[in-house]
Design a protein around this ligand. Structure first.
Ligand code: 13P
Length: 301
């Protein structure tokens, strides 16, 4: 079976970005997988720590157990998204046991998020996880720079973030970081923001993000590994398409489908109907915005 790192490397060569769909609720897993299969596409299913701490994903084991009921490895693989070293509430996290357990269980790739640490501490934390992951033949994603949005409280106005380049991944640091950690994929901050997950903002439409494509292309040149775009819901599409041509090989999608599931559930109080809504919306995203229908055959030949 092809390793997920090989699949993402192929995507990079083909200038395709593989969507990674977050599953903050367990019943979202089946319809997303079915939509990927029905679109002849390929995606990752992923869960972040915040989604079992603050939403309905329950835990990495519960997600794994639901995933293996529906999995088809030529269409979907399972990824552990953001396990932060310092979380969105500024609390230290005992991140290694979480990641170890997921790798033991069968997650094929994991993300350690040391982005709230300084460069040296982020390198150290990432190195530990790279070592663990590679021992299991799994891939390790890391983050450098700050993709904001998950923290409680309002963000500064979006235009201010973009114009100031606040939190953007530094090019020189990215070169050093990748050389010293040997991470497989790097999440970069180039104007992208996460959808809010707390308070009244969690149900609101995200501000439409733009991306600094020149900056991205410099990051891609110096790192020469697949780059990951977090905050993949609601980015202005022309910027997204350019990003894929300039080094983005994986795109994380959370808010789009979470809000679809929650809104449908609230309207009808029926999980089956909410699953239908997620299925339809995932198909539309795959064939429309992300434009990855039919990539399964291109990837697997
Ligand atoms: P959005 O919720 O903004 O799509 O971001 C998801 C994400 O980046 C998860 O890691």
């Amino acid at each position: 079976m092809e390793k997920v790192s090989e699949i993402i490397n192929k995507a990079r060569k083909m200038n395709i970005a593989i969507p990674a769909f977050n599953v903050p609720y367990l019943p979202m897993i089946e319809p997303i997988i079915q939509a990927v299969i029905d679109e002849d596409s390929f995606s990752l299913i992923e869960v972040a720590r915040v989604e079992w701490m603050k939403m309905g994903a329950k835990g990495p084991r519960e997600v794994y157990e639901e995933f293996i009921k529906w999995e088809k490895p030529n269409y979907v693989r399972l990824h552990l998204d953001h396990v932060p070293v310092i979380d969105e509430d500024n609390k230290r996290v005992d991140y290694l046991p979480i990641i170890k357990e997921a790798l033991e269980m069968g997650y094929e790739s994991v993300m350690v998020d040391g982005s709230r640490l300084d460069l040296e501490a982020n390198i150290q934390a990432t190195r530990r996880v790279v070592e663990l992951a590679h021992k299991k033949d799994a891939a390790c994603e890391a983050e450098l720079g700050a993709v904001m949005g998950h923290e409680p409280g309002p963000l500064p106005p979006y235009e201010e973030i973009f114009a100031s380049g606040k939190g953007f991944t530094d090019v020189k640091e990215a070169e050093i970081f990748v050389a010293q950690t040997n991470c497989d994929w790097l999440s970069v901050a180039i104007g992208n923001i996460h959808g809010a997950i707390s308070g009244a903002l969690r149900n609101k439409k995200k501000p439409e993000a733009r991306l600094d494509i020149k900056h991205l292309s410099r990051l891609s040149e110096v790192t020469r590994i697949p780059l990951v775009l977090h905050g993949g819901s609601g980015i202005a599409r022309e910027y997204y398409l350019e990003a894929v041509k300039n080094g983005i090989s994986k795109v994380n999608v959370g808010t789009e489908l979470r809000q679809t599931y929650e809104a449908a559930l609230q309207e009808d109080n029926s999980i089956a109907k909410a699953q239908d809504a997620v299925y339809n919306h995932t198909r539309n995203l795959i064939s429309g915005y992300y434009n990855v229908s039919g990539i399964q055959k291109k990837i697997f030949g």
